[in-house]
Design a protein. Structure first.
Ligand code: DC
Length: 227
C-alpha cells in the first residue's frame, strides 16, 4: 500500500538525518523539501533578484514570476537539480538558508514548489520533511510527526553539520541564525511552521537519530500491518 510520512519541525531538529534513515529502514523514497527552497534561493542569489514583500504587486513581483517560470527544480536519488545542474553541494551555506526562509514566505514560491512535492507523493510511498508537510503539502498523510529539540541542541547540531562542510561558524552566530529563521518560518502568513493536526511530537534532545528513526519506522510498520 502506498503511504506518506510527513515530518515537520524547526531547523536543526534532525529532520533530514532521521527521515533519510527511516526511508532506508522502510525502503521508501525520501523527499527533502527544504533542499527545493534552498535550490531556488541559490538562483535568486545568483541572479541578484530582489524579493517582493508577500502579496506585493509590481516590478519586483513581475521579475520573480519570470524567474519562477524559467526555473526547473528536480529532486532525484537524494540530489537536488537546479535547471538540470546538480547543486546539492552549494545549498547548505547560511546565506542560502536565510534567502530560502525569506523567499519561502512568498505565495508564488510555495505554489511552485508544493506542486512539485505533491507529484512525488502521487507516485510512490514517500517520507517528506519540511515545515508544512503535514499541514499543507500532504494534509491527508497517514503518518505525521513533529520533530523538535531545544534551540541550543539544534544550534550545536547545525554547527557540527556546517563544520563537516568546512564552515567554522561561532556557536552564538549559529544559534541566533536558527532563532531568526525559526521565528520567520513560524510567523509568516502562508503555510507557517506548525504542528499539524494529528502529528506526533518527538523531542530529540538526548536521543540519537537512529533511535528517533526506529521510533518512526516502528509506528509506520505497526500502522501498515495493523499490529
Ligand atoms: O529545512 P531547511 O533548513 O533546509 O529549509 C530551508 C528553508 O526553507 C526554511 O527556513 C523554510 C523553508 N521551507 C519551507 O518553508 N517549507 C518547507 N516545507 C521546507 C522548507
Amino acid at each position: 500500500m502506498k503511504y506518506i510520512v510527513a515530518v515537520d519541525g524547526p531547523s536543526g531538529a534532525g529532520k533530514s538525518t532521521v527521515s533519510k534513515l527511516v526511508a532506508e529502514k522502510l525502503g521508501i523514497a525520501y523527499l527533502d523539501t527544504g533542499a527545493m527552497y534552498r535550490a531556488l534561493a541559490l538562483k535568486i542569489v545568483n541572479e541578484k533578484t530582489d524579493l517582493p514583500a508577500p502579496f506585493e504587486k509590481g516590478e519586483k513581483a513581475g521579475k520573480l514570476e519570470a524567474l519562477l517560470a524559467d526555473t526547473e527544480i528536480e529532486e532525484r536519488d537524494g540530489r537536488i537539480f537546479l535547471d538540470g545542474r546538480d547543486v546539492s553541494g552549494y545549498i547548505r551555506m547560511p546565506e542560502v538558508a536565510m534567502i530560502a526562509s525569506a523567499s519561502s514566505a512568498l505565495p508564488e514560491v510555495r505554489a511552485k514548489l508544493v506542486a512539485i512535492q505533491r507529484k512525488h507523493g502521487e507516485r510512490w510511498s514517500v517520507i517528506a520533511d519540511g515545515r508544512d508537510i503535514g499541514s499543507n503539502v500532504f494534509p491527508g498523510a497517514k503518518y505525521k510527526f513533529y520533530l523538535t529539540a531545544s534551540p541550543e541542541e539544534r544550534a550545536r547540531r547545525r554547527r557540527l553539520e556546517l563544520k563537516e562542510k568546512g564552515l567554522d561558524i561561532p556557536f552564538e552566530k549559529v544559534l541566533s541564525d536558527i532563532n531568526e529563521r525559526d521565528y520567520a518560518d513560524a510567523n509568516r502568513k502562508v503555510n507557517p511552521l506548525t504542528v499539524a493536526e494529528g502529528a506526533e511530537m518527538l523531542v530529540t534532545d538526548g536521543i540519537s537519530a537512529e533511535q528517533a528513526a526506529d521510533f518512526i519506522a516502528e509506528k509506520v510498520r505497526a500502522g501498515e500491518t495493523g499490529s
